[in-house]
Design a protein around this ligand. Sequence first.
Ligand SMILES: [Zn+2]
Length: 186
Amino acid sequence: MLKLLLALWLGQPQGFVSRDQWGSQPQPMPEELRHSPQRVVLHHSGVLWKEGDDPYRKIRALQSWGQRDKGWPDLPYHFLIAPDGHIFEGRDLNYRPESNTQYDLDGVVNVELWGNFDEQPVTAPALQATVELLAWLRQVHGLRELSAHRLQAPGQTTCPGNDLMRYYESGQLQRQVQERHPDTDD
Ligand SMILES: [Zn+2]
């Protein structure tokens, strides 16, 4: 109850896990990575999610791997969503993300769902959390444009996987976001 009240007070979506809560240890962010957020791009981790996997371990491992092996100061994603619907806060929105593929990252806000959706379905709680997060990004940060990694980097990746892609391509995801946060402008 207290967590829910705190989330409402801070204006964050339900199930939000802040950087402090998961123990983020970002390195100082280079000024040249500063940008103004323009559009949300959807990703999957591309790794099969197995029962018993711990998102807290995974997110810390991803952050330290990126810092050690890739020279990334912080997570390549701004938000990461677990199959149980928890939303983890990643890189500061005001800095461009990272990618293993070639495309223009300026203005991109990266949202990743854990799992491999070419091989497993998106869970209902993860899909609901995605809707909540996208509605919040729209309401609080004015981010209306939504895309998917494979559309930004055609031929380079199947990310975010077929099962997540079908919610995007059918327009179901966008409709649910619109219903969650009706927009009088459109
Ligand atoms: Zn991706």
